[in-house]
Write a new protein. Structure first.
Lengths: 430, 325
């Protein structure tokens, strides 16, 4: 439908400082107005959203769709459907598909397939180095022209400082945002869990916090030199967010996200060798988790992301170190963030901001806001609905999550992309 | 950590699996030692067999080679009159978890009652225990750097046979604690049984800072660590530790942390010298000490059979008693 009114909801739009009961009017795939309809506006359809929170569709900065190349785990169709079921209307995909996103052809393939699905919007981060090998810089300008919103090495190390220096200089010249995962490959070698008392007890090789802080310190020195706008992905330690806050204070063009699971889980969650809690960077100490929460509340973190990594069943079978890291997380991003609101870590406006407007700004995308004229990407959720996560609830093909059995408050009822209803909670037949 | 209790113990707190010392109550450890004591006598008789596990099938599932450990498990099973199947499986054949599960299902279909598992990955025995049929028990014969609980219990058995009690003892563990599953299990066993003190000695590259959280006191100098010790346990130094930049050379390691008669003089006169074997003579221990009067290294090997008999009898017994209840 071309003209739609969402009636009676609580509109939360942090970009415009809006949090009030109001109608939201959409036309031609764009936001027309919040509150009173413009003169002469008559909607073709009205959706009763009373009791629901109406906010910008969520923007998730790190989502693996597994296509091309890893279709045994998931595919674009399954994962964009999972995204909109979780209220996520824009996903950003790292370059580590097979083949790697280091040519315009792969960008074209993924974006055209995603467009054909017509669910969530899909944007790509191109490879920073050819084949993500960390040796030669990629054809960044070509990737940018093909639509990549930035470049990054998708968690693969760039060992050689000189290569990273050149890559940042080159990216800065093209006005590209660089996405980095700070982890020193030597200090992290062989590691699968946070280095600490739990790793010692389990006899698993640890990844020390200094693997993150040393890599981050190097990267920050190169950012300062090159001036490249840089986003740090998935900071996991208190020390790292402190380093980042200092760099930001010094005026460096940096931003960072944390994952929803690092804000809730700690090293203790792997204590039974639970492969579902095997993630990279590893779940760290309670002190680190609390440090991430404080940084979030202080506005020192720009986004919460899912770091969605759907896996096949086999990937999580076997002794812990032989299992693959990652959580199928798209559909728990909003519920885990709302839990932070319930626990008093952030308020609802901050939570929505961290899930929509601020990540959109990091990605340089015009979404994450309900400003008049903005694309009509909207998430409507019931903030009071309680539910328990069961594997069969998940639309993602990946059922790998440590949150099975968790009780959540807050459930997505409607998701709209460009004014079109792309998800409706089957429980809601209104 | 309650999850381990629930995995290893039945509802009435009998030993269903024996995977790690951590999480087991003192009473369970004492029960293992007391049971081992009764089996110890069997080994000294002309006929070394008891018919306790007749008709049971025990599978030695070794994903990592160890003739010594496998042999003592095999002997223990045979002395209990069980049927024994030895399987050495190269880890390349089970590189994926699914095929490891396939292996288990096949063996269960042959009506195995007990798996004795050795694996190079920490947590492998837990993983297997979590995935076996309800009537099957699992004994961990060493998993990665995590645990080697039967080795720790045979050490406790040896200590108790010599001293009779644990409370007054100061025990020193020397060497590569970072990579040692034996050391982890020993520390848990010693603290659970309530010794006076556990010291761990070695270069800081091999003694993790967090070892204090296990209740052990780190010590940089062997001389200092040996002061007044009742028991010294030497750990085997793997040759590959030089490559990882953990130590500069065997020569320097021996000079600092090798056990010699001269250093041993700082311990109590009736000190016990122990080693889980196999020994690197001249690397972690001088031959004069290994073969000397304070050494109980060979005694540990014989005690290992009695302790493994005890653990087999208790884990398999947990089912029959459950079924009978």
């Amino acid at each position: 439908m071309r003209r739609l009114t969402l009636k009676g909801g609580r509109v939360v739009d942090p970009a415009n400082g809006v949090d009030r009961l109001a109608d939201l009017h959409l036309a031609e795939g764009r936001v027309l107005a919040v509150g009173e309809p413009p003169d002469g506006f008559s909607p073709e359809q009205t959706l009763d959203v009373s009791g629901l929170v109406v906010c910008p569709g969520l923007v998730d900065l790190r989502v693996r769709l597994r296509e091309p190349g890893l279709l045994h785990k998931a595919d674009i169709a399954s994962e964009v459907a999972a995204a909109v079921a979780g209220g996520v209307t824009t996903v950003v995909m790292p370059a580590d598909t097979d083949p790697v996103v280091d040519t315009p052809a792969v960008v074209e393939l993924v974006t055209s397939r995603a467009r054909a699905r017509g669910k969530a919007r899909v944007f790509l981060i191109g490879a920073l180095t050819k084949g993500l090998a960390g040796e030669e810089i990629s054809e960044m300008a070509a990737l940018q022209e093909a639509g990549c919103i930035g470049v990054g090495n998708a968690g693969m190390p760039v060992r050689n400082h000189l290569v990273l220096r050149r890559a940042l200089e080159y990216a800065a010249g093209q006005g590209l945002t660089v996405f980095l995962h700070p982890e020193d490959p030597w200090l992290a070698a062989g590691g699968v869990v946070h280095e600490g008392p739990v790793a010692l007890r389990l006899g698993l090789t640890g990844i020390p916090v200094m693997a993150e802080t040393i890599a981050l310190a190097r990267d920050l020195a190169l950012v300062e030199h090159s001036g490249a706008r840089t986003h740090f992905c998935g900071l996991s330690s208190e020390r790292a967010v402190r380093l980042l806050a200092r760099a930001r204070f010094d005026g460096l063009p940096v931003s960072a996200d944390v994952t929803a699971h690092h804000l809730h889980l700690t090293e203790m969650d792997v204590a039974g060798y639970d492969a579902q809690a095997h993630v990279r960077p590893p779940l760290r100490s309670q002190r680190d988790r609390d440090g991430l929460r404080r940084a979030l509340a202080a506005g020192e973190v720009d986004a919460i992301c899912s770091d969605h990594q759907p896996h096949d069943r086999d990937a999580k079978l076997g002794p812990f170190a032989e299992t693959e890291p990652g959580i199928s997380a798209l559909e728990t991003l909003l519920p885990l963030t709302l839990r932070l609101v319930e626990e008093g870590v952030v308020d609802l406006t901050q939570a929505v901001d961290l899930l929509s407007h601020r990540p959109a700004r990091v990605a340089g995308l015009p979404y994450g806001t309900l400003s008049p004229g903005a694309p009509a990407d909207v998430c409507c959720f019931d903030p009071e609905a309680r539910w328990v996560l069961q594997p069969e609830c998940l639309r993602s093909r990946g059922r790998n999550t440590p949150f099975i059995g968790w009780e959540f408050k807050g459930r997505v009822r409607y998701t709209l992309v460009e004014g079109a209803l792309v998800f409706q909670d089957p429980g809601e037949t209104g | 950590m309650g999850y381990r209790d629930s995995l290893q113990l039945t509802a009435d707190r009998r030993l269903r699996h024996f995977l790690s010392i951590e999480g087991l109550p003192r009473a369970t450890l004492v029960e293992i030692l007391d049971t081992a004591e009764s089996f110890f006598q069997v080994g000294t008789r002309e006929v070394k067999k008891v018919p306790l596990l007749r008709g049971k099938t025990i599978v030695n599932l070794f994903f990592e080679n160890s003739t010594r450990t496998r042999t003592t498990f095999e002997l223990a099973a045979k002395r209990l009159s069980a049927d024994v199947l030895n399987l050495n499986i190269s880890t390349s054949a089970t590189s994926k978890g699914e095929s490891l599960l396939d292996t288990l299902r096949n063996l269960e279909a042959m009506h195995a009652d007990l798996f004795v598992v050795r694996h190079s990955q920490s947590g492998a025995a837990h993983y297997i225990a979590r995935n076996v049929a309800p009537h099957v028990s699992v004994i961990n014969a060493g998993d990665g750097s995590h645990a080697h609980p039967t080795q720790a219990m045979l050490d406790m058995f040896t200590i108790r046979r010599h001293f009779g009690e644990f409370a007054p003892l100061t025990v020193v563990i020397v060497g590569d604690v970072l990579h040692s599953r034996v050391a982890r299990s020993q520390i848990h066993a010693l603290t659970t049984l309530g010794v006076n003190a556990v010291r761990v000695v070695g270069p800081r590259t091999l003694i993790p800072r967090e070892v204090r959280t296990l209740g052990a006191h780190p010590c940089d100098s062997l001389e200092e660590g040996l002061e007044g010790a009742d028991v010294v346990i030497m750990l085997r130094l793997q040759r590959e530790r030089m490559q990882g930049a953990f130590i500069p050379s065997e020569r320097e390691y021996f000079r600092l942390y090798g056990l010699t008669e001269a250093k041993l003089a700082r311990a109590r006169p009736d000190v016990l010298v122990m080693h889980p074997g196999p020994i690197n003579r001249g690397v972690e221990i001088a031959s004069e000490v290994a073969d000397g009067p304070r050494s109980v290294i060979l005694e540990q090997v014989s005690n290992g059979i009695a302790v493994r008999m005890a653990v087999m009898a208790l884990t398999l017994g947990s089912h029959s008693r459950e079924a009978g209840a």
